[in-house]
Design a protein around this ligand. Structure first.
Ligand SMILES: Nc1ncnc2c1ncn2[C@@H]1O[C@H](COP(=O)(O)OP(=O)(O)OP(=O)(O)O)[C@@H](O)[C@H]1O
Length: 420
């Protein structure tokens, strides 16, 4: 097969056009030097229209680099480290639709100096977005997602901290699904619900053959230890032995609402276990700190309900009302409020009056005027009032309190033990 004489090697353009995913070469001034066909198609640009434009103008529709909006700029990271960098961003496609993308940037060096960057853009598929475990595009959620993606690629133990209902368990599932262990089991060990004796037994299992404990059940997968500060000393020692000996083929993700450093100082948690579990800390933000995610979260919860789709998109007045509240129970509370609104709307359209916050009108005070609500635990009076209001129905009482049923059971146990 005779090659045309004038082409003794392919051009950069021809090579990058072979890549199925959007790919772009950018200089240190954020200017696009070359873009492949998939990139031009995605951002609605013709050949010749893209070179010389700044990447943030094309994909972010912004005159300034993304780092000025609080996002992590992978170009700046790659420049600083002179190595590859990754980030999750929101990009706007040719039709102006916002979509989450994973960016992978490689620096192109010239004499040890970074001259250009190659950037691969991987849109998270529609399916992945629809079945999203963690919804949210605010800078703080994107930071969390980027951390989780990075952690998912390793085997390091991850420690998720944050108030109740912020999505710690959801984050652990996300981590599991994005890790090499995704086909293995995801096992939950809820220390608070099981109680000290229960958790020790559950971790160890039954000596009878074939009845291993949770560590055994999670083999090849992920063990999620919820409320890790509640682990009794015996269970702490057992867990540490299993992790240190490398005997358990398990990735551990722990979660806590407490300040674990204080727990170590008070002698409640072994320091060596804390260091082991806290190798990769990720803090889940309270919903009031990323209130901009409320519309996406609310529509996600509505869409997940039977027949919820007909209420979408939610009316601006409904979204405005949803964003006026401070959500001490975080995403879980938002979910309950939205689900109740759909039920109250019945066959008609969903209106702002269907969005009911607990203990109105005080609860609807503007977000910034309120102090930081206590996220940790709920007092005896509040638990009893919620139960009374729910007519003894524990699921509904949990919803009123903005906590999970599991958490409500924990409160009740404490009340019974006289600690509440
Ligand atoms: N970012 C998110 N996207 C979608 N759903 C979310 C998100 N965050 C939380 N949720 C939903 O909110 C509820 C509470 O989340 P989750 O149980 O993960 O919180 P948690 O921090 O582990 O709570 P707790 O400390 O009370 O155990 C769940 O129904 C979960 O599906």
């Amino acid at each position: 097969m005779g090659a045309p004489e004038h082409l003794d090697r392919p051009t950069c353009q021809q090579v990058i056009d072979l890549l199925p995913e959007p790919f772009v070469v950018i200089d240190r001034d954020y200017r696009i030097v070359a873009a492949n066909r998939a990139y031009r198609r995605r951002y609605g640009l013709r050949r010749g229209e893209v070179e010389g434009r700044r990447c943030h103008e094309v994909s972010h529709r912004s005159p300034v680099p993304c780092s000025r909006h609080g996002e992590v700029c992978p170009l700046e990271m790659a420049l600083a480290s002179r190595g590859p960098a990754q980030a999750l961003h929101v990009h706007y496609d040719a039709d102006g639709r916002a979509d989450r993308v994973e960016l992978e940037v490689m620096p192109i060096l010239d004499g040890g100096c970074v001259r250009f960057f190659g950037e691969r853009i991987r849109p998270l598929s529609e399916r992945a977005v629809a079945g999203e475990l963690l919804v949210g595009r605010s800078p703080s959620m994107l930071r969390v997602l980027a951390l989780l993606q990075r952690a998912a690629r390793s085997e390091a133990a991850v420690l998720l901290s944050g108030e109740g209902g912020t999505g710690k368990e959801q984050a652990a599932r996300y981590l599991h699904h994005h890790s090499r262990r995704a086909d293995g089991p995801f096992v939950v060990a809820d220390c608070a619900a099981l109680g000290p004796a229960g958790i020790e037994e559950a971790l160890a299992g039954d000596p009878a053959p074939g009845r291993g404990g949770l560590l055994e059940a999670a083999r090849g997968g992920t063990l999620f230890i919820d409320e890790v500060a509640e682990l009794p000393p015996g269970a702490q020692a057992r867990l540490l032995r299993a992790l240190e000996g490398g005997r358990a083929d398990v990735r551990v993700v722990a979660a806590t609402r407490r300040d674990l450093v204080a727990c170590v100082e008070r002698g409640r948690l072994r320091a060596d276990l804390y260091y082991r579990l806290g190798a990769f800390p990720v803090e889940m933000p309270a919903l009031r700190e990323h209130i901009d995610d409320v519309p996406a979260l609310a529509e996600h919860f509505v869409a997940a309900m039977d027949g919820g789709g007909r209420h979408l998109p939610l009316a601006p007045e409904v979204l405005e009302r949803l964003m006026s509240y401070h959500y001490p129970g975080n995403v879980r509370e938002l979910r309950h409020i939205v689900e109740r609104a759909v039920v109250l709307a019945g066959d008609g359209p969903l209106r702002p009056r269907h969005v009911v916050f607990p203990a109105e009108p005080q609860a609807v005070q503007p977000l910034r005027r309120r102090g930081r609500p206590a996220g940790g635990t709920v007092g005896r009076e509040a638990v009893l009032a919620a139960l009374a209001r729910a007519g003894g129905h524990r699921g509904r009482a949990a919803a009123y309190l903005g906590v999970s049923e599991r958490t409500l059971y924990r409160y009740l146990r404490r009340l019974r033990e006289g600690a509440g």
